[in-house]
Design a protein around this ligand. Structure first.
Ligand SMILES: *[C@@H]1O[C@H](CO)[C@@H](O)[C@H](O)[C@H]1NC(C)=O
Length: 312
């Protein structure tokens, strides 16, 4: 018999984030504000980088790409989370649940790839300054971005193929406010121990490995700078601390969600919110408010907008 015929579950039930009406209003206000901030802040970065020729360098192209992914990542869950706050019956169709899981991992995987690319870009700029422009040429830059997308898609597909054919025959309470592999797998009507290991390995160990790899790379860059001159150290540290902050903020929740063997109910909701709501809004803040070139470019851009308006 076809495996698909076994599955009678056509929809999953999501968990609400708040019970009381006051809390629902507070959270929807809070999340809407953040989501607006995510969209405006990140689109602002993308337009500033595209419109200002001074920012046409690998570092800013990668940053703009990261902004696009941040919007994508939060859009996989936040709009639904806001609208679900006010519905009593939080059901998600089987298809939408699968689509949500798939895109969370595509976007998460691309973000991971871009963070590695950005670390490589800083390594080249700081440790091999004379060869920076020849190494990070436009072709290389494009290659890194394409590679990040390939990583993201492979990462998502390699978990998705196991889940899409699972038999779901009864229990359909996901136990979180969005669909994700660890939770959905537990609802399948079979022994999922091995599958859980696949997901832990693919999402958990990879994010843990990438996290330590990135932290070690940044320490390596700092040590290299220190050997050459102590003057540059504070400047390099200033740039790199922004990158390190983003890396920690992004990977700490990932590691907790996928590696931690005993998921605590309220804590994992909190960590998921950090990755979908807080990190995407902090990226633009961290990279722009602390970055002189970016601030200058924004001022230039706003002057242009004002003067073009005066001419009309
Ligand atoms: C992403 O990176 C590529 C390669 O450098 C660049 O051509 C493109 O403009 C970037 N995308 C955005 C939205 O800036």
């Amino acid at each position: 018999m076809d495996q698909l015929n076994d599955s009678v579950v056509t929809e999953f039930v999501l968990l609400g984030l708040a019970q009381s009406l006051g809390m629902q209003f507070f959270l929807s206000f809070f999340f809407s504000l953040f989501y607006l901030g995510i969209i405006l802040g990140n689109l602002f970065i993308v337009f500033t980088v595209i419109l200002d020729p001074h920012l046409h360098s690998p570092m800013y192209f990668l940053l703009a790409n990261l902004s696009v992914i941040d919007v994508g990542l939060s859009s996989t869950t936040v709009p639904r989370m806001i609208s679900d706050l006010f519905t009593d019956c939080k059901v998600i169709s089987f298809h939408n649940c699968m689509i949500q899981m798939f895109f969370i991992h595509v976007m998460g995987g691309v973000e991971m790839g871009l963070l590695i690319a950005m670390a490589y870009d800083r390594y080249t700029a700081i440790c091999k300054p004379l060869h920076y422009l020849t190494i990070m040429n436009p072709k290389m830059c494009m290659l890194l971005v394409v590679a990040a997308w390939v990583i993201g898609v492979i990462h998502a597909v390699s978990q998705f193929v196991f889940v899409i054919n699972l038999p779901f025959c009864g229990p359909n309470n996901v136990g979180s406010f969005y669909c994700d592999f660890p939770r959905v797998i537990k609802l399948a009507c079979m022994d999922t121990y091995r599958l859980e290991f696949v997901v832990t390995a693919n999402s958990g160990f990879i994010s843990m490995g990438t996290f330590f790899f990135l932290i070690v790379s940044y320490i390596f860059i700092l040590v290299t700078v220190r050997q050459h001159s102590s003057n540059d150290l504070s400047r390099a540290f200033f740039t790199l601390s922004a990158h390190i902050t983003v890396v920690v903020l992004f990977f700490a929740p990932c590691m907790f969600l996928y590696v931690w063997p005993f998921p605590a109910k309220s804590l994992d909701k909190f960590f998921a919110i950090v990755d979908f709501v807080v990190t995407p809004v902090l990226n633009p803040a961290i990279y722009t408010l602390r970055n002189k070139d970016m601030k200058v470019a924004m001022r230039r851009l706003s002057r242009q907008v004002v003067s073009s308006r005066e001419m009309n």
